[in-house]
Each structure stands twice: as C-alpha cells, then as structure tokens.
Write a protein that binds this ligand. Structure first.
Ligand SMILES: O=C(NCCCCCn1ccc2cnccc21)c1cc(-c2ccc(F)cc2)cc(O)c1O
Ligand SMILES: [Mg+2]
Length: 214
C-alpha cells in the first residue's frame, strides 16, 4: 500500500536528522515540507515566534492540542527544563504513531506524554488522570472549531491560572474568528497578534497570544 505523507516525513527525519538532536529533526522536517511535500506543521517562521514565547515563559506544565507529526512538540520540548512536562493530544491514531517516533528520534520522550483522543473528552480528565493542577502554557493547533469551546472548557475545569499563556496557531488561515473575537474582547484575557505566514507559503497567517487574567 502507498505510504502516507506523515510516513514520508518520518523517513526524511530518519534519513537526514541525527538521533538525539532536536534541531536536526526540526531542520529535516522544514526541508522536507519546503522542497518535497507541504505539511501542516507550524513551520520555521511561526516556529520562531513559538520558540520566543516558550523561552520567555519557561513553563513547567505544557498542554499541546494537536500533535500531528510532532514538529511543534519537538520545538517546545527542546526548550523545556528536564523536570518540565508536555502533554500533547492527538485525535488521529496514524499521526500519533508517527509523532511518537519523531519525538523519540529527537530524544525528548522523557518530557513528553502523547495522549490519543478528543480534546473535549480529555480536558475534563487532565487533573485526575495526569495529576495536573493548572497549565502554564497551552498551544492550540487542533480542529479550528474547537479552539473556543475547549478554551471555555479549560476555564470551567480550572486548568488555567492567573498568567497562563494560550498561543493559538492559524488564527488567519484557516482562521478561528469566534476564538479571536472571544479572547480579544473578554476581560479575562490580555491578547496580542503576531503576524506571520502560513507555514512554507507566502499566505498571511499568525499566532494569537492570550494571557489568562483569572
Ligand atoms: O487543520 C489543521 N490542524 C488541525 C488538524 C486536525 C487536528 C485533529 N486533532 C488533533 C488533536 C485533537 C484533539 N481533539 C480533537 C481534534 C484533534 C491545520 C490546517 C492548516 C491548513 C490546511 C490547508 C490549507 F490550505 C491551509 C491551512 C494549517 C495548519 O497549521 C493547521 O494546524
Ligand atoms: Mg497549525
């Protein structure tokens, strides 16, 4: 049977990246997506913005909604201190299987926990299942129509604290208008937009950084 794009992306990582070297994994995926096949990783341009937000925050407890092949998982985890924890949620079992191997190739499996399932099912179980009180940083990159309901669900489940940072990908392309309207107008958030481009293209896209004020 024909290979899938995520499988071809993993092959490129194995071929061109060095085991235990997260930067080489990031570079191998970006090269593959620029020169072989486009894929919906956050990419190098928006990825640099992600890096700066994570580096400034130094989070201990991180939630990523939308693993895909693990590109942003590797970007975030490589910046975390060894004691920090990143829980990443992926709905698609095939993507999850590839992501586990990409994360392992980068040598970051000790600080990453990949969970398979839907955000609306897992968010209410975070506390009792993972012993998480609140998250310091949440990266939203899953179904675009779930950004808003899941943010409200995280609020209701007490997973956000004063100062928790939400960073949302694709706020222009594909776009998340209801989420943007909420975080930009709610008195519970301080929000700002980082203008950029859709991964590996010239189309406009950007990241929205929103600090929960409690
Ligand atoms: O659709 C996107 N991502 C979501 C993929 C599915 C997530 C599924 N999933 C994962 C965890 C999880 C938990 N609960 C429920 C569901 C869950 C996406 C698309 C584009 C894009 C595509 C075509 C185009 F022409 C322009 C842009 C670019 C991006 O950067 C993207 O991120
Ligand atoms: Mg995205």
């Amino acid at each position: 049977t024909r290979s899938t794009r995520p499988q071809r992306l993993l092959n490129a990582v194995r071929k061109h990246a060095t085991r235990g070297d997260p930067q080489s994994v990031i570079s191998a995926i970006d090269h593959f997506c620029r020169h072989s096949e486009w894929a919906m990783n956050i990419g190098d341009e928006k990825g640099s913005i992600l890096d700066s937000v994570v580096s400034e925050l130094n989070p201990e407890k991180v939630l990523e909604l939308g693993t895909y092949c693990g590109y942003s998982t590797v970007r975030i985890a490589r910046l975390l201190p060894p004691g920090a924890r990143l829980i990443t949620l992926e709905f698609n079992a095939d993507y999850a299987a590839i992501a586990r191997q990409v994360i392992a190739w980068a040598g970051l499996e000790d600080r990453v926990q990949l969970v398979e399932g839907a955000s609306e099912d897992w968010i209410p179980r975070m506390k009792e299942h993972f012993g998480i009180e609140t998250f310091d940083f949440v990266f939203l990159d899953h179904w675009k129509d779930r950004y808003l309901p899941d943010t409200k669900l995280m609020e209701d489940c007490g997973l956000l604290r004063k100062g928790t940072v939400l960073l949302a990908d694709n706020v222009i392309c594909p776009g998340v208008p209801d989420y943007l309207q909420y975080v930009r107008n709610s008195l519970s958030y301080k929000s700002c937009y980082f203008k950029s481009h859709l991964e590996y293209t010239k189309a406009e896209d950007g990241l929205e950084k929103s600090v929960f004020l409690g």
